[in-house]
Design a protein around this ligand. Structure first.
Ligand SMILES: *Cc1c(COP(=O)(O)O)cnc(C)c1O
Length: 387
């Protein structure tokens, strides 16, 4: 029987046609497709500015730079995320610290956040920026995060790499209603793809301008940003040290085409997730809890193997892989990575993150997953946890 991966892209004829059209056009990069993609993102999310870049990792780096994260600053994030959510602070020379997760929603715990902030205020170690991660596609409790950011004076980045198409309190994730900047990823396993790619959304014209500049070498062609009259029509000035984090038009055309299918993708993921919920009811596994204020984009469907299951998580995982089911684990606590250990991070510093890591399994979930394949996943899991 064929292998069932945990996630995979969905590419149809319209996606292929969109890419071929760019290949046959005048611009492979810096043409019209990138602004078109940005306009679609900004319209959908109802955020005035969208900036497409070559990955979410680049987007996180630019978001930190735009918020002036630098040496001596502290950035907080969740330990249960991809390493990029923390690495971006280190790129800027800042320190990173972790807020343990909530055992029910798996996002960073707002109660622990509040308690940690009060302590940090006393010690003079408040973070400059908090990076929340909408794990699996389920939004964090952003209203609470916003209230804490006003009280303690830190900025907020939403790492919404999993949450393109999710909503919080009836508004799309990416609206930046409760944050300064939101980051999306368009890696093929995520909700929509551009091959590699990412985006930044913001409501702030200043932040948007800064991130646009940093995306392309810190160079401007706008005379009003220059310190003297242009020497001629060829003239540009480098104002600050930027990067080449641009998205190509080939990628953006794929993004525009994928974007038209976004709501369908999320609807299918939602239907399959609810089907998993029904099929797994009664088994010794915890299925994903949904916050009433959020609607997940369902990037990942994570279960936790309970103590009363017939086998351990590792045995269940091995059984499923042996049966050709590409289960996975999202994520290893970031602080336990060798690189972070060498920086001196305490190994098991977040008990809830450790509990989660010892019991979680990501089941396959993607738009082309058929009900028959899903039934096979459930049958193998059922057998493994019951005997
Ligand atoms: C995938 C992912 C990233 C990095 O995205 P890239 O586009 O691959 O750079 C960052 N954060 C989270 C939570 C992710 O899942």
């Amino acid at each position: 029987m064929s292998f069932i991966p945990y996630g995979r892209q969905s590419i149809d004829k319209s996606d292929i046609d969109a890419v071929v059209e760019v290949l046959e056009s005048d611009f492979l990069t810096q043409g019209p497709a990138v602004p078109e993609f940005e306009k679609a993102l900004s319209g959908y999310c109802e955020a005035p500015y969208a900036i497409a870049v070559n990955s979410a990792t680049s987007a996180l780096h630019l978001a930190c730079l735009a918020l002036d994260v630098g040496a001596g600053d502290i950035v907080w994030t969740s330990p249960i995320s991809f390493v990029a959510s923390a690495n971006c602070a280190l790129y800027c020379g800042a320190k990173v610290d972790f807020v343990d997760i909530d055992p029910r929603i798996y996002n960073l715990s707002t109660e622990r956040l509040a308690a940690k902030l009060e302590k940090a205020e006393k010690h003079g170690t408040l973070p400059k920026v908090l990076i929340v991660v909408h794990l699996c596609g389920q939004p964090c409790d952003m209203e609470l995060v916003r209230a804490l950011s006003s009280r303690f004076g830190f900025k907020v980045i939403e790492d919404a790499s999993h949450a393109v198409g999710a909503t919080y309190k009836g508004r799309r994730v990416g609206s930046c209603e409760y944050s300064d900047i939101t980051v999306f990823s368009f890696h093929p396993v995520k909700i929509i793809t551009t091959g590699e790619g990412g985006a930044l959304l913001t409501r702030s014209p200043q932040l948007a301008k800064r991130m646009q500049s940093l995306r392309s070498h810190g160079i401007t062609r706008d005379p009003s940003d220059m310190d003297r009259e242009p020497d001629g029509p060829w003239y540009y000035q480098q104002i600050e040290l930027g990067f080449n984090y641009r998205m190509t038009d080939i990628q953006a055309a794929l993004g525009c085409s994928q974007f038209r299918r976004l709501d369908d993708f999320v609807a299918i993921r939602d239907r399959l997730a609810k089907r998993y919920d029904r099929l797994l009811a009664g088994l010794p596994v915890v299925t994903p809890w949904q916050h009433p204020d959020g609607r997940s984009a369902w990037h990942l469907y994570v279960i936790r193997v309970q103590q009363n299951a017939a086998k351990s998580r590792n045995e269940v995982f091995a059984d499923m892989r042996a049966a050709g089911i590409g289960v996975n684990l999202h994520y290893i606590p970031i602080y336990s990575q060798p690189f972070y250990q060498r920086l001196g991070y305490e190994f098991a510093q977040c008990p809830e993150a450790e509990n989660y890591y010892s019991s979680a399994i990501t089941l396959p979930l993607y738009p082309a997953l058929s009900e028959e394949q899903q039934d096979r996943v459930v049958a193998v899991l059922k057998k493994s946890v019951s005997q």
